[in-house]
Design a protein around this ligand. Sequence first.
Ligand code: MSP
Length: 528
Amino acid sequence: MTRLQNRAPVGIDLASSVATVSRTYVTTPIYYVNAEPHLGHAYTTIIGDAITRWSRLMGTPTKFLTGTDEHGLKIQQAAEAEGVTPQEFTDRIAPKFAAAWEKLNIANDDFIRTTEQRHKDAVAELLQRCYDAGDIELDTFAGKYCVACEEYYQDDELIEVDGHADCCPIHQRPVQYFEEENYFFRLSRFQDRLLDWYAAHPNALTPEHRGNEALGLIRSGLRDFSISRTSLEWGIPLPWDEKHVTYVWFDALTNYLAAVGFGSSGEDAQDYTDWWPATHLIGKDIVRQHCVYWPAMLMSAGVELPQRWAIGGWLLVGGEKMSKTSGNVVNPLDLIDDIGLDGFRYYVLAETAYGNDGDFTYEGLVGKYNSDLANNLGNLAARVATVVEKKCGGIGTPPDPDSALREAARSAFADTAKFWDDLQPSRALDATWGLIRATNGYLEQHEPWKAEPGTAVDTVMGDALEALRIVAILCSPAIPDTAQAVWERIGMRGRVDDQRLPDAAAWGRYEPGNTVVKGDPLFPRIKL
Ligand code: MSP
């Protein structure tokens, strides 16, 4: 005790290992409401949630946005197929996304629907600015269009599938031929400006290999793209020519600005720059729209470009992207019933390096659960509580300031922070798990369960409790409910997610005299 009082908890050596930002605005793609939420949608949303929670732990004011993409031909056709209006259709599906995110413990601050007035106002404002800048012009267009992608394709991009020529390379279904008068966004004018901007902001695209794909798209030459249709009804009209309805991507991308008040006016007007620019989490299939179209649109409109784009791979099922069309949809809520919410969240975050494709299998899910959660974290929490109960009268003691675990805790925090900051959740969690492994190893080395009660055992257990306290904080962005359970079992008060890093990770903060409770196993082993 005296030794502890003589030495202040060390926060200073931790502070130097982390970057500080003044605020963070994290977004997910907005999901099409023609399908119900599936594992592929949950993937990016859980990653966004965990990044947000980490940022809040670091004391950074953070806003997290998700939502639904509700306009366009795809939705119009899905509504027609069910004999309802598009509005009725979207009003039925959008709440299913919001409800799924609640079940997945997603801490989003806002949920935007593109059918909301605030979104329509923002789209009108952005369109008008680009039009006034001379970057939107009327032209005639003929081309091959994939309704599922809501995207035109060039002939050389199309593939043959089962004897059908001209199929979409992603959906493997025939494209449709359209010819009409459209407004065009003059993307071709932006090639140099985009390349210059990315050269000046080398960390904007992450991970690097995905960023290089985006830059490759720009280098290969940019074509103007159509932004409006006269044949489409379900969309937002152009402010200067109401016969035309804007085409999905110009509409959809603007959600990120709409949610922070861009285009708002009157008494409710908000300054969108309070939160803008954003960190966008996107899938590799929407890189062209987010990393090429979107920054060019923003340049044209005189809006600052996003802070970062984190480009994820796909979670494949049986080697294919999950989609309604492929019939391999996995419902995340079914998985929670089997493996628990945090078991599922952990798998999504830890199994695959962000940016790479992952292959979802039930065996993989259970294997990850058993090895990292049941055997590592669950086992550590259980054995610490058991020994403290049996050998220390159920009361925690302060850690040794010079414990061998102190360095493990310091480096686990530094690496965890670095990898969250790099938007690499799997690596961040591996760094946190490094401390769990080190603590299990420390206990195995000292074998306190074999020793007689006394100071030696108390100190070893104090070290383990302190390590577990730090683990609870560091893993809370990924598995918030479990982190809180661990926090309470070791006798800590309040909420683990109210802790503030780096200070809270300093060695020596465990409060002596806490009552430690064992409780039920956090992660009972699952047999396949
Ligand atoms: N509505 C557009 C995005 C507009 S953002 C301004 C859209 N919607 S989507 O619902 O089809 O897909 C949204 C995101 O979910 C995409 O980034 C896509 O990569 C991601 N996923 C959909 N299925 C996926 C997997 N199976 N795996 C991982 N993510 C995938 O595109």
